[in-house]
Design a protein around this ligand. Structure first.
Ligand SMILES: Cc1cc2nc3c(=O)[nH]c(=O)nc-3n(C[C@H](O)[C@H](O)[C@H](O)COP(=O)(O)OP(=O)(O)OC[C@H]3O[C@@H](n4cnc5c(N)ncnc54)[C@H](O)[C@@H]3O)c2cc1C
Ligand code: FES
Length: 354
């Protein structure tokens, strides 16, 4: 019998994990955690949080994200943040860099209110927005605002191993002072001659048009490209790469789901959360995750954009519409389909087992 199984039989009804967590919250083997050790301001509305992880934390691949569970006013919220530290640090610390969004529950809390030693929940690193194992060609990064974070993680990891390869990096921000980790990026550019940073500040140059790539990075069509930023930028880049026949060069990370045209929204309807015995009316555009949260239902969630599947619930009756595709799914009490509440809205009455 494994030592932990023996311990479990001795400590029933509590599990050994409960005792370990009582001694040190980071010792949980069931649920990785992080202790906030430092909050370093980056700009007026962004900060980097250094988190000490539980023993056994699996190092990430640069560019990946981590899901963070934060308790605010007694409610646990999960959000996703790209890792900005070099993986596998000896001190077991990881960093995330967060930009506070006006009215954003978690981002504002993390940037402005979280205290040192706060314990947060963590899910293992995940994500496909990563560089290939070997880099043989010149690269292009296009980032905007907080979209710089996954690329920052890549740059720091590459720089930790030696001179940076040929990388052109176009970064957009409203002003010079708004550039997250601006000092770090500029230091990297000064130290590594093959890393060329082109900062575009909207206050001086207006909104960025991907046509400008021709002048900034004349060989951009030949460069595998990693881009992260607001939807309009990513959509415009997608169109440009498509039009030039190099769409397969473009790797994109989105922080928010692509939502189908607003006009496609249906009428909504009465939503019953059957396991919680709650019901409320919903429009046809609000994710059921938000509808449930506003109705006081404990809604499981993670990324809030359809990628992690943490938010699924059984659709026992009625219909929902996928906000990304406009596709409708109909419930079945005998064989209910599982739907992702973060990207599904009511399309008529809904019975959801949550
Ligand atoms: C793969 C991935 C990686 C991410 N990495 C980072 C990162 O490194 N740094 C970072 O700061 N954020 C990152 N995000 C976004 C982050 O997960 C949250 O969405 C963001 O912090 C807002 O959460 P909130 O609780 O403050 O806002 P909420 O309270 O959930 O929302 C408040 C309002 O802001 C709107 N909103 C929500 N998210 C955004 C957004 N991203 N941009 C603009 N408006 C928004 C909502 O529609 C709502 O109206 C990432 C998201 C994904 C999916
Ligand atoms: S919360 Fe991640 S898929 Fe819905």
């Amino acid at each position: 019998m494994h030592a932990l199984d023996v311990a479990a039989s001795l400590t029933t009804p509590l599990l050994p994990d409960d005792y370990l967590t009582y001694l040190n919250p980071l010792w949980s083997r069931r649920e990785p955690r992080g202790r906030v050790e430092a909050v370093m301001p980056e700009t007026a509305d962004a900060a980097t949080l250094w988190l000490r992880t539980s023993p056994g934390w699996k190092p990430h691949t640069p560019g990946q994200y981590v899901r963070v569970g934060v308790d605010i006013d007694g409610v646990r919220h999960w959000r996703t943040y790209s890792l900005t530290s070099v993986p596998g640090r000896r001190d077991g610390r990881i960093a995330i860099t967060v930009k506070a969004i006006p009215d954003g529950i978690v981002s504002s809390y993390l940037v402005r209110h979280v205290r040192r030693n706060t314990i947060v929940r963590l899910a293992p690193p995940a994500g496909e927005f990563v560089l290939p194992a070997t880099i043989g060609e010149p690269l292009l990064f296009v980032t905007a605002g907080s979209g710089v974070t996954p690329v920052l993680g890549m740059l720091r990891a590459l720089a930790a191993f030696g001179p940076l390869p040929d990388i052109a990096h176009v970064h957009l921000a409203p002003t010079r002072d708004d550039v997250i980790a601006g000092a770090d990026l500029r230091r990297l550019a000064a130290k590594h001659p093959r890393y060329r940073l082109h900062e575009h500040h909207d206050d001086r140059r207006g909104l960025f048009d991907p046509v400008a790539l021709d002048a900034l990075v004349p060989d951009w069509r030949a460069r595998p490209t990693w881009a992260c930023g607001p939807a309009p930028l990513l959509d415009a880049l997608g169109e440009r790469f498509d039009a030039e026949g190099v769409a397969d060069h473009l790797h994109i990370e989105r922080f928010r789901p692509v939502v189908a045209a607003a006009g496609a929204a249906g009428a909504g309807g009465r939503v019953r959360f059957t396991a919680s015995d709650r019901a409320c009316d919903a429009d046809g555009a609000t994710p059921l995750l938000v509808v449930g949260e506003e109705a006081g239902v404990l809604m499981p969630h993670g990324c809030r954009m359809g990628i992690c599947h943490t938010c699924v619930g059984a659709l026992c009756g009625g219909s929902v519409r996928d906000l990304r595709t406009g596709e409708t799914t109909t419930g079945d009490p005998d064989d209910p389909p599982m739907i992702r509440t973060c990207v599904s809205a009511a399309a008529g009455p809904v019975d959801l087992h949550l």
